[in-house]
Design a protein around this ligand. Structure first.
Ligand code: SF4
Length: 297
């Protein structure tokens, strides 16, 4: 039965761990339970590939997360602190090998309640293990659950078009989610589920060492940044990002820049925001030196 931590204590602990990480200290040891309790203008031509009008939604309520003040500060299970311990992929410089180890460590995961709520399979992540650009979404939907790959439904098609508009192909980037099992009814993953699963995402990011991580939607942004601001407040700038509680296999990796934009499923519901999303992607393209692909090129 997982114990919970006071939200303020959790935030203080996360700040302290981040501080130690910045000092180069990564390995932490878990005390016995009793001891713990004391303790960036719009280019119309460029956005055309993903401006096609759409109506259906994978999830109707994803961006409404932005207003949920409890998303980040809700109680967290002890297991989130697992990520601060030494990991088997540490010292493995090949990201393919490191990702394989992380996947094996995940196994047939039953760490959170999503394992028994109708998932067909774990959706680990897909793409180039040496990608400069990584997209992180919320969790698998029905299509993703069926195919075992993130972003393969209608929202996935829009993400593909967004990637193409950036002058890249889907195979050039890496795509993952905060939770790796489909929440029933495509509901937003709950805080305890995100807290339990996200250490594996952090390890994936540390293994891939991207230059830029793009958080798609409020759930991804809040979990990656551990900030409880609205999506509107989080967009429009870069954040210096190092995956919490883990270390990279390359000590020279300075961390990634993190940008926040709308989840493609939200853009399907409200296509008027595609111009704003394109501004976010342009900021990323400028940083990575990418050129927008003209439609039908
Ligand atoms: S969502 Fe993540 S932590 Fe939960 S059962 Fe699936 S793989 Fe495990």
């Amino acid at each position: 039965m997982p114990r919970t931590l006071d939200p303020a204590l959790r935030r203080a602990l996360a700040d302290r761990v981040r501080y130690y990480n910045e000092l180069g200290i990564y390995d932490f040891y878990q005390r016995e339970p009793a001891a713990q309790e004391s303790a960036v203008g719009t280019i119309a031509a460029g956005i055309a590939p993903f401006l096609a009008p759409s109506t259906a939604l994978q999830s109707e309520t994803r961006e409404e997360m932005a207003a949920r003040k409890s998303a980040v500060v809700a109680p967290v299970a002890d297991e989130s602190f697992e990520a601060h311990a030494s990991r088997p992929e540490y010292g493995i410089t090949d990201p393919i090998a490191a990702l394989k180890i992380i996947r094996e460590d995940l196994g047939d995961c039953t760490r959170c309640k999503l394992h028994k709520q109708g998932r067909k399979q774990i959706v680990f992540g897909v793409g180039n293990p040496r990608a400069d650009l990584m997209f992180v979404g919320e969790g698998p939907g029905a299509d993703e659950d069926a195919q075992g790959e993130p972003f393969v439904g209608r929202a996935g098609q829009l993400l593909n078009n967004m990637i193409k508009a950036m002058g890249l192909q889907r195979e050039d980037v890496y795509i993952a989610n905060v939770v790796k099992c489909r929440p029933p009814g495509n509901r937003t993953p709950e805080p305890d589920e995100c807290d339990t699963c996200s250490p594996f995402l952090m390890r994936q990011i540390a293994a891939i060492k991207p230059k830029v991580v793009v958080a798609l939607g409020a759930t991804a942004a809040k979990n990656l940044l551990a900030m409880n601001s609205s999506l509107g407040e989080l967009r429009g700038r870069f954040y210096d990002f190092k995956p919490a509680g883990v270390r990279s296999n390359d000590p020279a990796w300075p961390g990634a820049r993190l940008a926040v934009t709308y989840h493609p499923a939200y853009l399907l519901r409200d296509p008027r925001q595609k111009g704003e999303a394109w501004k976010d992607l342009q900021m990323v393209m400028k940083y990575l030196g990418l050129k927008a692909q003209k439609p039908d090129a």
